[in-house]
Design a protein around this ligand. Structure first.
Ligand SMILES: Cc1cc2nc3c(=O)[nH]c(=O)nc-3n(C[C@H](O)[C@H](O)[C@H](O)COP(=O)(O)O)c2cc1C
Length: 167
């Protein structure tokens, strides 16, 4: 079912706060990671999802290569224990060391507008094409420095939402 992302913004952002997945595909391989920071808005007259990805993430290499990603979001009927398990695993293990899609037993379906998949088990899907990216350079304002004690800065990826649906 296609959705208007602005009818679902509250639901999506509440889910993001608890943890959702950011998935991308490059060189025929799919990787996913947990995110809990993100924004939905409008720029350049386009609906955008902005995700902030640290330099160390394997996911960053995928998005830089492919220029696309999907956001995979649970819905009300998704089992909270399953969400917890997914976010714990996909938010602590790197795709460099393990195949998180296989570990979780996810069922993938091809994206409609991007070459990055939707995940049946986290059915609310945003398909995004990166239209702009910006590294959040130092010096960080004083109140934010504690987030970057070890460096590892974020890059903000502005993904135009090219499709939004619930599988
Ligand atoms: C709840 C939760 C939220 C997270 N949010 C983000 C985020 O918004 N941005 C980010 O770069 N990393 C975030 N992480 C960390 C990544 O998910 C984690 O480092 C992951 O193992 C990276 O996987 P990768 O190396 O396969 O890309 C989060 C982790 C958790 C547990």
């Amino acid at each position: 079912m296609d959705i208007n992302v602005f009818d679902y913004t509250e639901q999506i952002l509440k889910a993001v706060k608890n943890g959702v997945l950011l998935t991308s595909k490059a060189d025929g391989k799919v990787n996913t990671m947990a995110i809990s920071w993100g924004m939905i808005g409008i720029e350049w007259n386009k609906p955008v999802f902005i995700t902030v990805v640290r330099e160390s993430r394997y996911t960053k290499e995928f998005i830089d290569k492919s220029g696309v990603f999907t956001v995979n979001i649970p819905v009300e009927s998704t089992d909270p224990a399953f969400i917890k398990k997914v976010i714990a695993h996909c938010g602590s293990k790197s795709g460099r060391d393990t195949d998180k899609i296989a570990d979780m037993g996810f069922t993938l379906t091809d994206g409609v507008t991007v070459d990055s998949p939707a995940i049946k088990e986290l059915p609310l899907t945003l398909e995004c094409k990166v239209v702009y990216k910006q590294r959040q350079d130092e010096p960080m304002p004083e109140g934010l420095q504690s987030f970057y004690a070890g460096g590892d800065l974020h890059t903000a990826y502005y993904g135009e939402i090219t499709a939004a649906y619930i599988l």
